[in-house]
Design a protein around this ligand. Sequence first.
Ligand SMILES: *Cc1c(COP(=O)(O)O)cnc(C)c1O
Length: 453
Amino acid sequence: MTLLDATTDATPLGGPSLPQERRLVTALPGPRSAEILARKAEAVPAGVGHTVPVAAVAAGGGVVVDADGNSLIDLGSGIAVTSVGNAHPKVVEAVAAQTAQFTHTCFMISPYSSYIEVAEALNRLTPGSFAKKSALFNSGAEAVENAIKIARKHTGRQAVVAFDHGYHGRTNLTMALTAKSMPYKSGFGPFAPEVYRAPMSYPFRDGLSGAEAAARTILQLEKQVGADNLAAVIVEPIQGEGGFIVPADGYLNAIVDWCRENGVVFIADEVQTGFARTGAMFASEIFGIEPDLITTAKGIAAGLPLAAVTGRAEIMDASHAGGLGGTYGGNPVACAAALAAIDVFENEGLVERAQQIGEILTSRLSAMQASDPRIGDIRGHGAMIAAEFVDPETNAPDAALTAAVAKACIAEGVIVLTCGTYGNVIRFLPPLSIGDDLLGEGLDVVAAALAAA
Ligand SMILES: *Cc1c(COP(=O)(O)O)cnc(C)c1O
């Protein structure tokens, strides 16, 4: 039997017309998923892990359907990627039309207009009233690598500062930028040189104001790196893998100001926070900052591989011709998906929808917290909200409780993701296409799992 055979009979089409329901017809994994996952274990290396033990066959709205016909509530969006909803009809149509026209020329050989239109949209939508340019790549890590290349070329300096709890990818340079050893770096060194780490503002754990945390950070930059050596500072405005850490008010603004004064390129890594996720088109807007460069990926193209660096035209133009690019960067099918997704973000009210989802998540989680002090903190913006689980006596991170709650939710057909330096955060990143009822049911399952844990 081929794997396709395992999913042919009665496999539903994805998209918003999929029944929007949680439906468990087997324990997870069911027999078909179990068979596919057994083949995964044989054919795919263990390093490529997975957290939800099902094989997906269709998805849309707020559900993922597996090979056995189970329908799971999706509170993860494939890590903040399918924000417009899986198999959104506009995306499906645009991808099909582009695929029938041409699938590749290599933009560095024969350019095509959809790449340019994506760049124009990014230049228009990202914060900053100055002239901007954009270059397209395939993954968030590749965008980050290129942002660093551009900043180094522009400044003629080498050092780069990343932050505690930061996550920037799994390539060599982005592993160096990433803070957490396990699972992202352990055993994979040596790492790229001239990468330094600075303390972040983490209000729940450091108790510092934005100004105090910024002073601590800047002192370290000046003493340990030296502004004259520093090409760029890269930070996620709200940290993703690190635990949805929202810096204290004024923190990012002070870092941006210091960068401006010292000729340091300020890079906002909005790979996870971008594209309406936080209830703003970009999280930088929430803090009133205008980054010199912004990296984007995840939400940009509804799941097709696409990423971008957008920023000040004079910085983006620092590289000589041929210095930036790649065989697939800005692939026409991915660009068609991005243009359709951007149309949905702008014209189907997704910024507002992310805000509504944020209100539902925050009020439901706050109600749980009121009767359960193991929820130490609830934070985030828009449809990017997390709960940090602690020992109520000591505030010590409780990774075991977090893992148990997440596992119980998944077993009950609700996809939730964990994160955090200490592994004690459950993050909620539902597709913005999820309905209120399904979101509420998903949160009922979370509440029950927490009560039982
Ligand atoms: C996911 C992520 C990346 C890496 O993106 P990939 O597409 O997985 O390479 C970089 N930065 C942030 C903030 C991310 O969340």
